[in-house]
Design a protein around this ligand. Structure first.
Ligand code: FAD
Length: 452
């Protein structure tokens, strides 16, 4: 019997360092390549009060899918695109194309895992191959069981940072052909470019690899630790996150480049610190996997009415989103996010702290808004970092997220940032604030004085 494979691209929109795609190319006679376009879940729509993914994130995803389609076309393949939450479509394709094998990246998030489970329930004879290939490690490399994942990042780091990471380069030069029965009835990616949306970041594996080469061809990595906290500046932190989030580049490829940089130009605190930050990403990934829905402060996708914002909080939330809180540093960061789809790590910490501790709004609303806007939105890093700042990183009582939030907030004062001090440290001349309050520089400085 013919082996018909279906490769489902989710958070791994790449050809290189894609061991699962390589396995598919070796195993099946025919292959269908399908990508799922992310959408905001109902839960995130309600929390963020946004109907859909923001323009910058949307464009970045489209570009990434388009780039993947081009790479597949070079290998004689085609890419079909499905909307998220459409496992019926997926099941339909599997049935009509007589798919025998499905290859799909393992995912740390609940909904994506459910999609695979549902598909398997409806097509019980299907052989599914999965692998965590958007991480540095596989769980069986850990010196602990996943169920006993260390509660703190430091404990996790100390146990994993010396593990050997396999960094051999894998390039795919052959893919099996499309099944002859596959017709034009599936949608190929259509890039609807809106000329008014431009940015520093272009989605896709091609742009990711160019950025990676460019970053390591300079000395930026050698001074990363000193510059990484800057609020602005393309060279001040690596800016790998947008491409990592969609899997346009793998963390192993980044790690390989980092090791090459160290071999040629020398290792130092800064080069180690890039690895250190990648370990934070890793930690949040495995944490998200072990927590299931409680990572999001929910037990089901329903959010009862009483958990939504009242009128006053709703108005504060709207002002926070649009960058009109009257905390100048926060407003500047939020305007940067809305105008570009990106915000520095320092900025994210400050705006999150402001939402939770100054405006007294449930952290999940902020996390959901970030989900809608960030071009580097990554389920584990986003909800993990928000939970960390809110003091709910290790939720005890997932059945009541609001109470949980209150209990933990009191334990996490260290994540409550002093916005005035932070402004003095990271924007002493108000260069960043003025840049994003350009339309009214004078009043920006007046408002800043008002706050201090
Ligand atoms: P660099 O400083 O150059 O770091 C190198 C890489 O390490 C990053 O690309 C990223 O993959 C990883 N990394 C760095 N810091 C963290 C961190 N705190 N947590 C997890 N991984 C990290 N990161 C995302 O990728 N997606 C998100 O949706 C996201 N949401 C966040 C929400 C909040 C409230 C906060 C405080 C942080 C969030 N982060 C998120 C983490 C961090 O802000 C970004 O990864 C970082 O700013 C990306 O820029 P960079 O690539 O230049 O990072």
């Amino acid at each position: 019997m013919k082996k018909v494979g279906l490769y489902l691209f989710t958070n791994d929109l790449r050809i290189n360092d894609n061991t699962l795609l390589h396995r598919a190319s070796q195993l099946v006679d025919d292959l269908l390549c399908v990508a799922i376009e992310p959408k905001l879940s109902t839960y995130s729509v309600r929390l963020s009060q946004e109907q859909e993914i923001g323009a910058h994130r949307h464009l970045f995803i489209k570009q990434a899918i388009d780039d993947l389609a081009l790479s597949l076309a070079r290998l004689g393949q085609r890419l079909f695109v499905l909307d998220q939450n459409t496992n019926e479509n997926l099941v339909q394709i599997i049935k009509t194309q007589h798919v025998t094998h499905v290859f799909v990246s393992s995912h740390c998030a609940h909904d994506e895992r459910e999609l695979v489970k549902d598909t398997l329930t409806q097509c019980p004879d299907l052989l599914i191959s999965q692998q965590h290939h958007t991480t540095l490690f596989e769980s069986d490399m850990f010196p602990f069981e996943l169920a006993k994942l260390p509660r703190s990042f430091t404990k996790f780091r100390l146990q994993v940072e010396r593990l050997e990471i396999e960094i051999k380069e894998s390039v795919i030069t052959y893919l099996p052909p499309l099944p002859q029965t596959a017709t034009d009835s599936y949608r190929e990616p259509i890039l609807e470019l809106d000329d008014s949306i431009t940015g520093d970041y272009v989605g896709g594996e091609t742009a990711a690899l160019t950025h990676l080469e460019n970053y390591f061809s300079h000395d930026y990595a050698g001074t990363y630790k000193q510059t990484r906290n800057a609020l602005d500046g393309i060279e001040n932190s690596t800016k790998f996150s947008p491409w990592l989030a969609l899997g346009c580049v793998s963390p192993k490829t980044i790690y390989r480049h980092l090791k090459q940089f160290e071999a040629h130009r020398g290792a130092n605190d800064s080069t180690y610190w890039i690895y250190f930050e990648l370990l934070w990403r890793e930690y949040f990934y495995w944490k998200c996997l072990t927590l299931g829905t409680s990572r999001f402060g929910r037990e089901s996708s329903d959010l009862s009415n009483e958990q939504l914002l009242d009128t006053t909080a709703g108005s504060s939330f709207a002002k926070w989103k649009s960058g009109n809180t009257n905390y100048p540093i926060v407003d500047a960061c939020m305007r940067q996010l809305n105008a570009t789809g990106y915000m520095s790590n320092r900025g994210r910490q400050l705006v999150a702290s402001c939402l939770i501790y100054e405006l007294d709004i449930d952290w999940r609303h902020g996390a959901a808004y970030f989900e809608s806007q960030l071009i580097d939105y990554d389920v584990a890093s986003n909800w993990g970092n928000w939970a960390y700042i809110a003091g709910t990183l290790n939720p005890q009582a997932p059945q009541n997220a609001n109470k949980q939030c209150v209990t933990h907030q009191s334990q996490s004062k260290s994540r409550h940032f002093d916005l005035v001090k932070q402004t003095e440290m990271y924007d002493p001349e108000h260069t960043f604030i003025k840049k994003w309050h350009r339309e009214d520089e004078a009043s920006a400085s007046i408002r800043y004085q008002d706050v201090i």
